[in-house]
Design a protein around this ligand. Structure first.
Ligand code: DSN
Length: 421
């Protein structure tokens, strides 16, 4: 475990903040579905001298000298990523998920071209065409939604109709707040009919796909997958673009660099290599399946106790709970209440939410991080009960403080990788 003695000597303020954050992570429950805890090996790699190197270009074709070892780690990352997701090409340089998506659009589209993605109000992501993003000044976005909010079924007939009319160049599968599986084969069939590329933004579910617990869109003929590497995939903070075929991958390489980004963040590329190596191990399969078992157990317990979950359950790692209908409190009030007992999650819009994004009706939470800590189905029931008790006793400060102590004692039984107990 790192000791951080150099940091302590050099900068007390940052050192103290780091110690506070380590304590917070150790003593609290992390339920934000896009967060996770990396292994000590991944963490160590992020803080290495690869930080000191500029490496514009790709292995074997760089603009600066001294690339013997950067070429080595980037090649390992690429080789492992393509093996993990069963595809021909990987670009491991995107700094994060949003830049990966933007670089992808510029690789495949001309200004004015159309992309069809999931409506943000039904779980899509900002980079799939929300008007607040600059990409909507350049490309045209059309949307699809759920047909049935009670089951989460996507309206594939409407998707086809819009696709036939609008002729999108990309049909985009993927979400940041949707708890069900998508029918990739059906989307691929629509894309084939209208001559569109198929792209899956699997940022949230990459770990479950890598571990074989969710379907791999490439198996249904998808052209491209974009992802972050730090969510369920349990790697360093960053992005990646995978292509089923090499030729498309070459276009994407040009778009990422020099089209969109400058030098790659090479310590993160090295850490991606380490994380992908971990994800190729058999125990990662167990982890991926356990994430979903845990989410289903937690969803079931909330529903048995009268909570309204959007789509009435989950197929993946994530749940969306309608706090207004379930508990007569807003999503913001729920987020603040759970913070007080050491449970971290995020307020979130629910499908067709009448409220505003900063004050929505729901919360979003999930299981990748707590599964990394070794929690199982029984522990999901314990955690859900802590949360249900907090809702019930929310006006009683002493009861909330007592619950906080109980949550802390519970958490300390499950070590966080890389943080001394
Ligand atoms: N911020 C990520 C999430 O939490 O879903 C998506 O960009």
């Amino acid at each position: 475990m790192p000791t951080y003695t150099a940091l302590q000597e050099a900068d007390t303020n940052v050192y103290n903040a780091l110690m506070g954050e380590m304590k917070r992570q150790k003593e609290g429950v992390e339920l934000i579905p896009s967060e996770n805890y990396v292994s000590p090996a991944v963490m160590e790699t992020m803080g290495t001298v690869f930080n000191n190197k500029y490496s514009e270009g790709y292995p074997g074709k760089r603009y600066y000298g001294g690339q013997e070892y950067t070429d080595c780690v980037e090649s390992i990352a690429i080789e492992r990523a393509t093996k993990l997701f069963r595809c021909e090409h990987a670009n491991v340089q995107p700094h994060a998920g949003a830049p990966a998506n933007v670089a992808l659009y510029f690789a495949l589209l001309e200004p004015g071209d159309t992309v069809m993605g999931m409506d943000l109000s039904h779980g899509g992501h900002l980079t799939h065409g929300h008007p607040v993003t600059y990409i909507t000044k350049i490309f045209n976005f059309v949307r699809y939604k759920m047909k049935n909010v009670e089951t989460g079924e996507i309206d594939y007939d409407a998707m086809r109709e819009v696709a036939l009319k609008e002729k999108p160049k990309i049909i985009l599968a993927g979400f940041s707040a949707y708890p069900r599986e998508l029918d990739y084969a059906r989307m691929q069939a629509i894309a084939t009919e209208v001559g569109a590329y198929t792209v899956a933004d699997m940022a949230h579910i990459a770990g479950m796909i890598a571990g074989g617990a969710l379907r791999n869109p490439f198996d249904d003929g998808f052209d491209i997958i974009t992802t972050t590497t730090h969510k369920s995939l349990r790697g360093p903070r960053g992005g990646m673009i995978l292509s089923r075929e090499l030729e498309l991958g070459r276009k994407i390489d040009k778009s990422v660099f020099p089209g969109f980004q400058g030098g790659p963040i090479m310590q993160m590329v090295a850490a991606k290599a380490v994380a992908f190596g971990e994800a190729l191990k058999p125990e990662f399969k167990d982890y991926a399946h356990q994430i979903i078992k845990n989410a289903k157990a937690m969803a079931q317990h909330f529903m048995e106790n009268g909570a309204r979950l959007i789509t009435n359950g989950t197929d993946n790692h994530m749940m969306l709970l309608d706090c207004v209908t379930s508990w007569n409190i807003t999503g913001q009030e729920a987020e603040t209440l759970f913070d007080r007992i050491g449970v971290t999650l995020n307020k979130n819009m629910i499908a067709d939410d009448p409220r505003k994004p900063m004050d929505p009706s729901g919360i979003r939470f999930g299981t990748p991080a707590i599964t990394t800590r070794g929690m199982k189905e029984d522990d999901m029931v314990t955690l859900a009960n802590f949360m249900l008790q907090a809702v019930e006793k929310r006006t009683d400060d002493a009861a909330i403080e007592k619950l906080h102590e109980e949550v802390k004692a519970f958490c300390l039984q499950f070590p966080v990788p890389g943080i001394p107990s």
